[in-house]
Design a protein around this ligand. Sequence first.
Ligand code: ADP
Ligand code: MG
Length: 523
Amino acid sequence: MFRIATKVNKRHGSVRLLNTSTIKEGWEAVIGIEVHAQINTKTKLFSDSSTSYNDLINTHVSSFDAAFPGVQPRLNDHAVELAVKTALALQGQVQKRSTFDRKHYFYPDLPQGYQITQQREPIARGGYISLTENDGAIKPLKVGIHQLQLEQDTGKSFHDMRPGETLLDLNRAGTGLMEIVTMPDLRSSFEAGLLVKKLQNILQWVGSSKANLEEGSMRCDVNVSVNRVGEGFGTRCELKNLNRVRILSMAIDAEIKRQINVIENGGKISVETRRYDEDKDITFKLRDKENAPDYRYMPEPDLPPLIISKNYIDKIASTLSELPDQCLDRIMSQYELNISNANLLLHEYKCLDFFEEASKIVCFGRNHKAVANWTLNELSGTLASKNISFQENPISVERFGSLIDLVQGGTITGKTGKDVIKLMIDSKSNPLDIVKEKGWLRITDKAQLRLLCDELIKKSPEKAKAVQNGDSKLFKWFIGRVMGRTKGMADPNTLNQALSNAFGWNSYDEMMETVDNKNKKSL
Ligand code: ADP
Ligand code: MG
């Protein structure tokens, strides 16, 4: 059976899938995915209220969102632009004409009693997502896109805050979603996982959605069927709400196992909507075909058809000069990055722009590898440890660049640089100001270090004598003490020289020679 292992890289919030899956001999699985991605607009799809729903509950609810009678929808231009951009990035065909429909159902988090969607004529059809070796695919695979449609999100219900009552937050109600449906072109949980990650990548890269599974700005339903090798596709079941790549893979494996089991025992698969129980590692039935809701679709009378001209599409296409796969190839060769670093830059929302901007300013000592390292390891890691997403990174490109220059130019040590980043996030100050204020400048002034050495020698005459007689261990003791006095800011080479001089040698090398000779004599 399928088995999948995942390695979670918490720091970068990304999951690396490891394929260890094999399907039971004689069987094949078929998988298609429906993704709902929140469109990254400031305001909702048909109203002017803000989409930032982490604010105080029910504060972004216009009379339209609350479904007051007679209030009409007005389509958000920016949402259309981002959907078109996404469709083009997926190589889909943007439709000259698309329409809106009402999908009726009753639920408290849907005040209108219907969702406005694009059931009959979606904004885009066709296209594909390529899975390549760079994505971790074993063999290259093209997964077709069935369609991309615009629709409204619902509000949020809270069932467990007050016993016996359901509380509602309508801040999310009416936020724009793109529903992206793939063709049944996937054959394993592994491929499904890669597809979700790749799509997430594309959406973030286009900027049309934050596509964050954990935050719920991207949500997945999966259709699964099995068939004996050589036979046609089997009957599919839909698995609802799989919002982690790892869970999605596990749920698909559990469902494949269940379906094969049912058929091998003489049973039949019926069309069903199911859910996955993570603890028991099984799927269970939510509803069957007989209980499937009748949504009574009807054309939305308050919205005219959406007409998109060729000019408009061309204009948006011209802003999409480079697609993620091409971008990956380019940054790998341009900045000499390995595949995993290049992927990390591409994966982390807004990270690549930041990196490229910081790399542009070629100052003394700033090289691309150093910028990549400081971006991916130090900055990204520090942000993650403070639970700040890259998008909310408070450090400007200029200040980040100056920090790298301070380290590369030798003004501060690498270790100091890491401490400075932390303070830059908290205080939003300039790195050089922080370094000066904290007294963290690397000390390369030999005379200054010499004074400290002389002072220490005066205080410890016996130890000093031992050094002069060739005790190299005690020489290190002196180095350690002076280092301590400078809080680690002394430049090690300069300090070695200064201390050697303080003991009367002309140089550090001469001191080493003397110590060597004394040691030889005493042998
Ligand atoms: P519905 O409206 O019932 O959800 P869709 O046409 O939207 O149907 O298709 C839903 C998903 O089902 C698509 O992602 C598609 O790829 C997938 N699908 C279709 N046939 C099969 C099958 N035999 N096995 C698995 N998935 C399938
Ligand atoms: Mg569907």
